[in-house]
Design a protein around this ligand. Structure first.
Ligand SMILES: Nc1ncnc2c1ncn2[C@@H]1O[C@H](COP(=O)(O)OP(=O)(O)OP(=O)(O)O)[C@@H](O)[C@H]1O
Ligand SMILES: [Mg+2]
Length: 289
């Protein structure tokens, strides 16, 4: 096992690893399982040597660079959750191992495992995504109401941090609402930052400005409606949301429009140009609009 612990004591990392062996993960991703401790999160992975799914990083040069950038950003007040270190089997093809992080404060902006029940992309899947989760309706309505009540200054900081993170060529995965955390004191935080942008790796000459990107991704706190072009597969499916019931849907739509309004204000407060914003609004349909 090869190890590198720039921001965590090796003894602490070893102690956490020992405990992970006897634990069941709190969250399962596609590739990862998350084990949560009071102050730390340990993520198992089979693909430590891959950046953004298929960019090879066999000597982990890019990952090391990323760890440094995240630490610098954190030190300058950007709400990224830093990676503290990692260990992995050097011989494994894609890098089986563990990432050590600080535990993000608060909870996921939305728990994808619950809200995906209502999203377009799960509608033609088998039962895997449509397990009888009795609380999904209660959850989406309650959580959306909570998000709608988040103070404007936290939305402003969210957009400002997005611009800085993208401006540092770090990829933000806006397709997962669980990649963002929210805490009343801390505000929004960013996890799942383990890759630079395609552009950084020379995969495309098509440079999307941080501003244009933020103007789309920054709407991730909203739910999207049928027919949206951006975030199409995350659109709430009209048949699926029917089970929420009329009162719940009305509340959801009202709260969602309040969230949308706060996102727009935050973008304006961060000087995202009107032309850029108007362009986004052509491709986004927000639920309830
Ligand atoms: N630092 C952290 N603090 C608290 N919870 C975390 C942290 N990192 C991960 N988690 C939890 O684990 C979940 C999955 O983590 P993450 O988003 O990094 O992986 P993933 O989405 O499975 O990644 P992939 O896209 O590679 O499959 C998160 O949505 C969150 O619930
Ligand atoms: Mg994720």
């Amino acid at each position: 096992m090869k190890e590198k612990y720039p921001l965590i004591a090796a003894e602490t990392a070893h102690m956490l690893l020992d405990q992970v062996k006897g634990m069941t993960p709190a969250h399962r991703g596609i590739d990862r399982q998350a084990y949560l401790f009071d102050d730390y999160a340990v993520l198992s992975t089979r693909r430590l040597k891959l950046r953004n799914v298929d960019v090879r990083d066999d000597d982990l040069h890019y990952l090391d660079e990323l760890i440094e950038t995240l630490a610098d950003l954190r030190n300058s007040g950007i709400h990224v959750v830093p990676i503290l270190g990692y260990c992995y089997e050097q011989e494994s093809p894609d890098g089986e191992g563990f990432l050590f992080m600080r535990r993000a404060k608060g909870e996921e902006l939305y728990d994808d495992a619950l809200i995906c029940r209502y999203e377009t992309w799960t509608q033609n899947q088998d039962d895997e995504y449509l397990t009888s989760d009795a609380d999904a309706a209660e959850y989406i309505v309650r959580r959306t109401h909570e998000v709608a009540g988040i103070p404007q200054r936290h939305f402003d900081k969210f957009i400002s941090d997005i611009l800085t993170i993208l401006g540092n060529d770090i990829l933000i995965d806006f397709q997962g609402k669980s990649n963002f955390f929210y805490d009343r004191e801390e505000g929004f935080q960013f996890i799942d930052l383990d890759s630079h942008t395609d552009n950084y790796y020379g995969l495309t000459d098509n440079v999307v400005s941080a501003e244009a990107w933020a103007a789309v991704g920054g709407f991730v706190p909203c739910h999207f409606g049928a027919g949206t072009k951006a975030f199409a597969h995350l659109a709430l499916d009209p048949n699926a949301i029917r089970e929420i019931g009329e009162t719940g849907i009305k509340q959801l739509a009202d709260d969602n429009l309040r969230i949308f309004d706060k996102c727009v204000r935050a973008m304006k407060a961060n000087h995202i140009k009107d032309t850029v914003l108007q362009n986004t609004l052509k491709s986004i349909k927000v639920f309830g609009q």
